[in-house]
Write a protein that binds this ligand. Structure first.
Ligand SMILES: [Zn+2]
Length: 264
């Protein structure tokens, strides 16, 4: 389970994302942390998710270098239309890179343009894990400030583990499918602000007696950019593409945190 509300607030503010992109950013961030949480016992569960899609948002990218840390960006954070905030990423590919125990594992799955669907496809086909995933972003548009206000970003990842206790795992899968269908979207579970995880567990288990947390760690949006890295990017740009905006202005803007580095 993950509560990424505070991190997503920071990200949306820094990238000045509009509501449709805020959903994708939030879901990619939470998906990343939940995949990392599945491997939290490993020493350095670092990973990256990269959606290369042909839709209006362009690339969506998230990575994490240490447990609970992450950064995420979307190429076009301001795309919107007047009809809906749920605009898919378009068709494309999702690339997942996971480092475990010093080994790099790279997988490519075709993307339907929806973070939840794509991550489930990845878990099923590349890792043979049977999972359910819910990623919820609640936001309101503030007319006065003309900005998005993120109110909630939370999610769960449920995995059906292989079990030889005589119970058919298809039956267990059916049970969870109907339980989750009855519960509906995460936003309708009636979770209390101060007890998000306890309430989420109790909803899943149907009782609060059988549900307890066995571990917890903080999550945080943190960018790895620096003046050094920005300078390298500028040098590369000056050599390879001297007509680019970056080369002409001698300014490098970080796509993750929005920080600008000037080299005059
Ligand atoms: Zn940055």
């Amino acid at each position: 389970m993950v509560d990424a509300t505070e991190s997503l607030k920071t990200i949306v503010e820094q990238q000045q994302a509009l509501p449709p992109a805020a959903i994708h950013l939030g879901q990619a961030l939470m998906g990343l942390w939940l995949l990392q949480g599945q491997r939290a016992k490993l020493k350095h569960p670092t990973l990256s998710l990269s959606w290369n899609n042909r839709g209006p948002f362009g690339q969506l990218y998230a990575d994490s270098q240490s447990l609970g840390q992450a950064r995420v960006m979307i190429h076009n954070p301001k795309h919107y239309n007047d009809e809906t905030i749920e605009i898919p990423l378009g068709g494309g590919e999702l690339q997942v890179i996971i480092w475990t125990g010093g080994k790099r594992r790279q997988s490519l799955v075709s993307s339907q343009g929806d973070v939840v669907t794509d991550l489930l496809e990845y878990l099923d086909t590349s890792e043979q894990r049977r999972c359910a995933l819910g990623l919820y972003v609640k936001q309101v548009w503030n007319e006065k400030t003309e900005k998005v206000e993120i109110q909630k970003a939370m999610g769960y990842l449920l995995e059906i583990l292989p079990f030889d206790g005589g119970v058919d795992s298809d039956l267990i899968a059916d049970f969870w499918e109907s339980t989750l269908a009855d519960l509906g979207p995460l936003g309708e579970w009636g979770l209390r602000d101060e007890h998000v995880f306890e309430d989420m567990l109790a909803s899943l288990m149907g009782t609060s007696d059988l549900a307890y947390l066995i571990g917890e760690y903080p999550v945080k949006f943190e960018c790895a950019c620096s003046k050094d890295r920005a300078e390298k990017a500028l040098t590369l740009s000056l050599n390879e593409n001297p007509d680019s905006e970056m080369a002409k202005s001698r300014e490098v803007k970080c796509e993750f945190c929005g920080k600008t580095y000037e080299f005059k």
